[in-house]
Design a protein around this ligand. Structure first.
Ligand SMILES: *Cc1c(COP(=O)(O)O)cnc(C)c1O
Length: 418
């Protein structure tokens, strides 16, 4: 459920008509609903409250906007970050360093140092090599890094290949069969306090079964590590729950997710950590766009909109579906291809889609764009970097400016020897 609804035939974000945002901010623009974000954060956190000790770290890469992070901080979320830049954002949003988890397969020397100096709560180490480097850096600074070892459980997530992370051939984590011995070796290093395991098998999961299979394997590994005499007090179960992108699709409910976890982890005796991203932010945003023109096609007309693959990359990257609805409802229908202006055939949002009939100048939105939307935006074709707006009841604010091509051009120069 979200707070993008029609009132008198006009699509609103909470109490604000999207026509007003288009008029004042221009298009394309991401529009987020505070009430929707808050609702999803509460549903997730409340569902997990049946677990004895659970902590939530929002996966910042899903939506790193400072205002979004501030809302989640106020809802008791920490942050799961994958770069020093994301760590800076979490800290700037007011999240405590202790509530930050640093994941990622390629943390640089500089990033490890920055995170150590910030005093973050947990490093999710993705290789023995990284553990050795972190231990050395921490010891040299007289610090002890709290760490978990990320495991590759070799479980198929059943999602798109490019967002699967838990198969043996994926780059993430250490191989399941080698993990206990790696953990035991790392646990001996000064500078490192190995306190647990982490797993994240992929994103946009449509079923709980692969998660359950992975968590059962994690429980077995935890027992094997304890049998080696090592301590395990924290288990980070990652993120990955999917959201409906098409009207009527059904996805795992956080309540069922929590019950499955309670069943699997009942006798683990650990603090459980979670890294949800999409399930919190996905439905809380839309990409508002204006039709530039409708161009005749051989089979179907092309609805050319002013948003493009550089603003919303998911369709081009993952063949992803986003529901596309008009801001002004109408009875007439058309079958059309929905495309952006970028000079790539992959700049196609939908082919042969049955939509409300649109004409040049009409406004429409791509729904479910609050996660992996603006965060992936770029300036390909020397387009502006798309702005972001947050709505709260009848108010709205621009929470990220449109960065104009001239501003980007100003950071480039021709060397004097040319
Ligand atoms: C991307 C990511 C997440 C969040 O995934 P969602 O599918 O958005 O919930 C969590 N943990 C790690 C390590 C990630 O890379």
């Amino acid at each position: 459920m979200d707070h993008f609804t029609y009132r008198d035939g006009l699509l609103h974000a909470e109490d604000v008509p999207l026509t007003q945002i288009a008029q004042e901010v221009g298009t394309p623009v991401y529009v987020y609903s505070h009430a929707t974000l808050s609702r999803h954060a509460n549903i997730f956190r409340d569902a997990l409250s049946i677990l004895p000790d659970a902590r939530c770290a929002f996966a910042v890469k899903a939506n790193p906007n400072l205002a979004i992070l501030r809302v989640l901080q106020a809802h008791g979320f920490g942050a799961d970050v994958v770069s020093a830049g994301e760590m800076q954002r979490a800290l700037a949003a007011g999240m405590a360093a202790q509530d930050i988890v640093f994941s990622g397969v390629g943390k640089t020397h500089a990033e490890l140092l920055a995170a150590l100096d910030a005093g973050i709560g947990q490093f999710n180490i993705e290789s023995e090599e990284e553990g050795l480097e972190l231990a050395r850096l921490a010891a040299a600074r007289g610090r002890i890094a709290q760490a978990a070892l990320r495991i590759n459980p070799d479980v198929s997530a059943g999602t798109h290949d490019k967002i699967s992370t838990g198969k043996a051939e994926n780059k993430f984590g250490v191989p399941y069969d080698a993990a206990a011995e790696i953990y035991a070796r790392l646990a001996l290093l000064p500078g490192l306090h190995m306190r647990g395991l982490a797993v994240h098998i992929g994103s946009q999961l449509a079923s709980l079964a692969p998660l359950e299979a992975a968590f059962v394997r994690m429980g077995g590994l935890m027992a094997a590590i304890r049998a080696l005499g090592c301590s395990v007090t924290h288990m980070d179960l990652g993120g990955g729950i999917g959201v409906p992108y098409r009207y009527g699709e059904s996805f795992p409910d956080p309540v069922d997710y929590a019950q499955m976890i309670l069943r699997v982890t009942r006798d683990w005796g650990v603090t459980l950590m979670f890294e949800p991203g999409r399930v919190i932010a996905g439905n809380a945003g839309v990409l508002l766009t204006r039709v530039i023109r409708v161009k005749q096609g051989v089979v179907h007309p092309f609805v050319v909109v002013d948003a493009a693959m550089n603003d919303l990359a998911r369709p081009a990257l993952y063949d992803a579906w986003h529901d596309f609805v008009p801001v002004r409802a109408g009875p007439a229908r058309m079958t059309a291809n929905i495309v952006g202006p970028v000079c790539e055939s992959s700049d196609t949002f939908a082919m042969a889609r049955d939509i409300t009939a649109l004409e040049a100048g009409d406004l429409a939105v791509f729904r479910t764009a609050g996660a992996y939307g603006a965060t992936m935006a770029n300036t390909y074709n020397s387009r502006a970097l798309v702005p972001e707006v947050l709505v709260h009841e009848d108010r709205f604010a621009v929470v990220a400016d449109r960065i104009e091509p001239a501003t980007i051009l100003a950071a480039e120069r021709v060397p004097d020897w040319l």
